[in-house]
Design a protein around this ligand. Sequence first.
Ligand SMILES: Nc1ncnc2c1ncn2[C@@H]1O[C@H](COP(=O)(O)OP(=O)(O)OP(=O)(O)O)[C@@H](O)[C@H]1O
Ligand SMILES: [Mg+2]
Length: 240
Amino acid sequence: MLKIENLSAGYGKVQVLHGISLDVAKGSLVTLIGSNGAGKTTTLRALSGMIAPTGGRIMLAGTDIAGMASHDIARLGLAHSPEGRRVFGTLSVADNLLLGSFTRLTGARPRGDVGRDLDRMYALFPRLSERRAQFAGTLSGGEQQMLAMARALMLGPEVLLLDEPSMGLAPKLVEDVFATIALLRQNQVTMLLVEQFAAAALEVADIGYVLENGRITAHGPAAALKTDPAVRAAYLGAAH
Ligand SMILES: Nc1ncnc2c1ncn2[C@@H]1O[C@H](COP(=O)(O)OP(=O)(O)OP(=O)(O)O)[C@@H](O)[C@H]1O
Ligand SMILES: [Mg+2]
């Protein structure tokens, strides 16, 4: 569904990604783990067109989207729930969710049943349901994270990119986020997950990739990576 080949990207003269390759099969959950500054967020930004790749190909369902504008990439079904929950603070929860479905409402993506999908989001995230009319900017951090995920899902995406959905959340909410991700996976939502909690991410994912200084240094079935001594020492805490 999403196939990244030899992707390079960076900021100005600073190259961050040095030719990474990564595969996300339809219906699978792939996690990208790595230390702070490894280039995980940069990878997702290059995929969704927030920055222009300097080399390589990004095949989304057979179309090379490398270098395309973000709105065109969204039309093709790539949804990005960015780091730091960028919700529209002066709009209500309900309006944020409707904006997520904008390309469906304009006919740029299959329309489906937007109302039914809204109901689904409220069922998946009851806290959002209770706060439909509230300004998104006044939600708690955890609630804003839920809203960012739900808004991305309202695109009806072919592939969902999730950047640190658990960041800054209390342990109970982190559990909730991972339970939601597991549920989405059961529902065959194709996902690429970047997570600081590598152990939890490998627990829920099918396939894992390790990114170090802009290069993929290991990949394979998540269960195998979890028991890999080098991965354990670097990312899972060897004592666990
Ligand atoms: N807008 C920017 N301009 C210049 N350099 C940047 C910019 N954003 C990120 N970088 C640099 O690119 C490198 C990779 O950053 P990136 O945000 O992709 O890391 P990350 O793996 O997501 O880390 P974290 O786990 O801390 O979120 C870092 O060295 C960072 O300082
Ligand atoms: Mg990041």
